[in-house]
Design a protein around this ligand. Structure first.
Ligand SMILES: Nc1ncnc2c1ncn2[C@@H]1O[C@H](COP(=O)(O)OP(=O)(O)OP(=O)(O)O)[C@@H](O)[C@H]1O
Ligand SMILES: [Mg+2]
Length: 698
C-alpha cells in the first residue's frame, strides 16, 4: 500500500490533468444518474391522459394544499402556545411547551422542504414543461431525444476522462521506468548477479504493466464508479431517503467481502509476478544459449522446464481469475437482496397506501407506483458501478504487489557510492599515459611523482570474498610502478578476474586497501577513477549496433581516422573491412554474428580508443589464432609502453610483454618477479611454463 502511494508521487506533476479527469467523471456521473430519472416522466405520461404541464400543475396544487395545511397546523401550534402560557402548573407547562416546540420545529422543516420543492417544480414548469408540446406522444419523443443527448454528452465526458487518465498513466510509467533504469544502472555489479537480469527485466515490463493497470483503475474506475453510485443514491434519497437507507445496509457486508478477497488477491498476485520473472529467466537462458541447447539436443529438456514454469503460472493465474470472478457475483447477490428488501417495503407502502413501516415513518404521503419504480431503477442502477468496483479492488491489490516489487529495486542502495566530493583524476594534457589528481574545487594538486614509499599502485593485504566465509583473495600485497606491465597467471578460479574487478571498484576489498598515489581508491571520485581504467574482459560482449558504434561506445564524437587507428592497433582493421558492410556491419545480439576472436579484437579496439592510463587485459587474445596473436602482441608492444598494464594470461607466450609476473594460487600470491627469477624460485610458475612447453613439443 505504502509503495503504491509512492507511485502516486510520480503522478503528482500531472495533477492538473487528474483534476480535469475528475471533473469529467463528475459530469458523466451526474448525467448517468439523470438518465435514469427519465423513467418517471415517461411512466407518468403513459399512465395518465394529462399533458405534462397539466400533471405538474396538479402536483403544484397538491403541494399548495400541503403547504396550506402545514401552515394551518403552525397557526394552531401558536394558539396552543398561548394556552400553555395560561397553565399554572409550571412543571406540566414546561413539558407541554417542550413537546410543542419540537412539533413546531418538525412542522417548520416540513414547510421549508415543501416550499423549496414547490420552488424547483415551478422552475421546471417554467423552463421545461411549459415549452413542451401538448401532444403526449410528442412529449415522449422529447424525453427520448433528451435521453439520447444526455447519453451522448455522458459518453463524451467518459472519453475525455479515459484519454486524460491514460495520458497521465503513460507519462507516470514513463517517468518511473526512466527513474528505475537510472537507479538500476548505478547499482553494484553484485546486485545484477543477485537479482538476475531476467528478474530485473520482469520488473520493468510485467510488473510495470500491472502497476499501470492499477493506476488506470484508481484514476478511472475508483473515481468514476463511486460518483455514479453517489449520483443514484442522492437521486433515490430525493424519492425516499428512508427506503434508500434500508438498501445501504449492505455496505458493511460488501466492504467485508472486498477486504477478505483483496488480501488473498495481493498474496496471489505477488506469487504470480514472481512466476513471470521465472518465465523471463527461462526464455532468456534458452534463447541466449540456443547453440548449447541444440548441441546437447536438450530441446525437450528446455520445453519441459518451460512447461513446468508456465503450468505453475497458469495455476497461479487461475487463482487470481477465481478471486476476480467471485467478488462481482457475491456483491451482486448482496445488492439484489438489499434492493429486494427496499422494493418490498416500498411495494407495501404503495399497495396499502401507508406512510409508516413497523411504526417508523417512511414518507410524508403515500408513494405513487411511478415513484417506486423510479426508486427501484435508481437502486438497481447502483449495482452496475458496484460490480465494477469489485474488480477494482482486486486490480488495486495486484498493483500493490507490483509496486512492492518495483520499489524494491528503487530502494536498494548501492554499497559502492559515486563519492562526488572525492579526488578527481585526469590524464595529463598531451600525454594520455599519465594521470594526476585534481582536487574537487578544480585546483590542481601538486604533482608528485610516485616514490618507493608511495608507489603508483599499492595492494595492501587485500582480502575479498563474494560469500562470507569463502575467501577468494587473501592477503594480496604488492606494489606497481607507473608504466609497468604485470602479467597475472594462475589456475582457473584462483581469483585473477576478481583481482581485476577491484581496480575499477566493481567490488571493494573486505580487508586491506588498494592505493593509487598513496590514497585508497575509495577516496577518489568513482567515475573519474573508472575513466582512467580500460578493461578488456574475458567475455567479449558487444552491443547490437554497428562495429563503428561499438568501438566508439561511451565516447561522444570521434573522428573516423582515430577509430580506424584503434582498430589497426587491435589488428582488427583488415578483418572489419572484409565484412559485408565494413565498419557499418551490425554485430547482432551480444555480437553473436561475429566470431569470438573478432569480438575480442573489437573490444580491444574499443579500449585502445579510450586511451586509458591503466589497462586491464583479461585473456585478451585467448580466442585469437597464433598468427593473429603475434600480430596483436606486436601492435600492443607500442601501445602499452608507459601505461600501467595488468594482463591475465594462460599462455606463457604472452608473458614476454610483461616486466613482472604475478602467480596466484587459491587467491594468494605465490610468486612475483621476472620470468627468469620465477622459473628458478616458483614451483607453480615452473608448472605453468612447462605445461606449455610440453604442449608445444608433444
Ligand atoms: N559473481 C560471483 N559470485 C560468486 N562467486 C564468484 C563470482 N565470480 C567469481 N566467483 C568465484 O570466485 C572465484 C574466483 O573467480 P575468478 O573469476 O576471479 O577466477 P579466475 O581466476 O579469473 O578464473 P578463470 O581463469 O577461469 O577466468 C571462483 O571460485 C568463482 O567461483
Ligand atoms: Mg577469469
Amino acid at each position: 500500500m505504502k509503495n503504491f502511494l509512492r507511485v502516486l508521487q510520480f503522478a503528482w506533476p500531472y495533477r492538473g490533468r487528474i483534476v480535469a479527469s475528475f471533473g469529467c467523471a463528475f459530469m458523466a456521473a451526474i448525467l448517468w444518474g439523470l438518465n435514469f430519472t427519465s423513467i418517471y416522466p415517461f411512466l407518468k405520461t403513459l399512465q395518465s391522459d394529462l399533458a405534462p404541464n397539466q400533471w405538474i400543475a396538479t402536483w403544484l396544487q397538491t403541494l399548495n394544499t400541503e403547504i396550506d395545511a402545514a401552515e394551518e397546523v403552525q397557526s394552531r401550534f401558536q394558539a396552543r402556545e398561548k394556552e400553555i402560557d395560561g397553565i399554572t402548573d409550571q412543571k406540566f407547562a414546561e413539558k407541554q411547551l417542550r413537546e410543542l416546540t419540537s412539533q413546531q420545529v418538525r412542522n417548520d422543516t416540513k414547510i421549508q422542504w415543501l416550499r423549496s420543492k414547490k420552488h424547483y417544480l415551478q422552475l421546471i414548469k417554467k423552463n421545461v414543461v411549459d415549452r413542451l408540446p401538448d401532444d403526449t406522444f410528442q412529449n415522449l419523443l422529447c424525453v427520448v431525444v433528451a435521453v439520447i443527448l444526455a447519453v451522448t454528452l455522458k459518453c463524451l465526458f467518459e472519453v475525455a476522462q479515459d484519454c486524460l487518465v491514460g495520458g497521465v498513466i503513460n507519462r507516470t510509467i514513463y517517468d518511473l521506468r526512466n527513474r528505475c533504469f537510472g537507479h538500476v544502472i548505478r547499482q553494484d555489479v553484485d546486485h545484477f548477479n543477485e537479482q538476475g537480469s531476467a528478474g530485473l527485466m520482469a520488473r520493468f515490463t510485467n510488473d510495470m504493466d500491472s502497476l499501470s493497470t492499477g493506476m488506470k483503475t484508481l484514476f478511472g474506475r475508483v473515481i468514476a464508479e463511486p460518483l455514479r453510485v453517489l449520483a443514484c443514491i442522492l437521486l433515490a434519497c430525493l424519492i425516499s431517503w428512508q427506503l434508500t437507507l434500508m438498501f445501504l445496509i449492505i455496505v458493511p457486508a460488501v466492504l467485508l467481502v472486498l477486504a477478505r478477497i483483496g488480501r488473498t488477491m495481493k498474496r496471489a498476485t505477488r506469487k504470480l509476478l514472481e512466476r513471470m520473472s521465472k518465465i523471463f529467466q527461462i526464455l532468456q537462458e534458452s534463447f541466449q544459449s540456443i547453440r548449447t541447447v541444440k548441441i546437447h539436443t536438450a530441446e525437450a529438456l528446455e520445453r519441459r522446464r518451460f512447461l513446468v514454469a508456465i503450468r505453475d503460472y497458469k495455476h497461479r493465474s487461475n487463482i487470481v481469475v477465481y478471486l476476480d470472478a467471485i467478488a462481482g457475483p457475491i456483491i451482486e447477490v448482496l445488492g439484489v437482496a438489499a434492493v429486494a428488501c427496499a422494493l418490498l417495503a416500498g411495494a407495501f407502502l404503495v399497495l396499502r397506501q401507508e406512510t409508516s413501516l413497523f411504526g417508523i415513518r417512511m414518507s410524508e404521503q403515500p408513494m405513487d407506483p411511478e415513484a417506486l419504480i423510479q426508486l427501484y431503477v435508481l437502486l438497481a442502477a447502483v449495482s452496475d458501478p458496484v460490480r465494477k468496483l469489485s474488480s477494482v479492488f482486486t486490480k488495486l491489490q495486484a498493483a500493490w504487489a507490483a509496486s512492492d516489487r518495483v520499489f524494491e529495486i528503487l530502494d536498494n542502495v548501492p554499497k559502492i557510492l559515486t563519492n562526488p566530493s572525492g579526488f578527481r583524476l585526469e590524464t595529463l594534457s598531451g600525454s594520455s599515459q599519465s594521470i594526476r589528481i585534481v582536487e574537487q574545487q578544480g585546483d590542481l594538486a601538486p604533482w608528485v611523482e610516485p616514490t618507493d614509499e608511495t608507489p603508483f599502485l599499492r595492494f595492501q593485504e587485500v582480502g575479498f570474498s563474494y560469500h562470507q566465509g569463502v575467501p577468494v583473495l587473501r592477503d594480496v600485497s604488492f606494489d606497481v610502478k607507473k608504466g609497468e606491465t604485470i602479467a597475472i597467471v594462475g589456475h582457473n578460479g584462483c581469483g585473477k578476474s576478481t583481482l581485476f574487478s577491484l581496480l575499477p571498484r566493481f567490488h571493494d576489498p573486505d580487508h586491506g586497501a588498494i592505493q593509487l598515489f598513496g590514497y585508497d581508491l575509495r577516496k577518489y571520485h568513482l567515475r573519474s577513477l573508472r575513466r582512467m581504467v580500460g578493461l578488456v574482459s574475458q567475455n567479449a560482449v558487444l552491443f547490437d549496433d554497428s562495429i563503428y558504434a561499438n568501438i566508439c561506445y561511451g565516447l561522444k564524437t570521434v573522428p573516423k581516422e582515430q577509430v580506424e587507428e584503434a582498430a589497426r592497433k587491435a589488428h582488427a582493421h583488415e578483418m572489419i573491412l572484409k565484412l559485408p558492410m565494413g565498419y557499418e556491419t551490425v554485430v547482432g545480439e551480444s555480437g553473436n554474428r561475429l566470431s569470438g576472436g573478432q569480438r575480442q579484437r573489437i573490444c580491444l579496439a574499443r579500449t585502445i580508443l579510450r586511451n586509458p592510463p591503466i589497462l586491464l587485459l583479461d585473456e585478451f587474445t585467448s580466442q585469437s589464432d597464433p598468427e593473429s596473436e603475434t600480430l596483436i602482441h606486436k601492435a600492443m608492444e607500442e601501445f602499452i609502453r608507459n601505461r600501467t598494464v595488468f594482463m591475465i594470461t594462460h599462455r606463457p607466450a604472452s608473458v614476454h610483454l610483461a616486466s613482472r609476473i604475478l602467480v596466484l594460487e587459491s587467491g594468494r600470491i605465490v610468486g612475483l618477479g621476472c620470468h627468469s627469477d620465477l622459473l628458478q624460485s616458483c614451483v607453480a610458475y615452473q608448472k605453468f611454463y612447462q605445461s606449455d612447453y610440453r604442449r608445444k613439443t608433444a
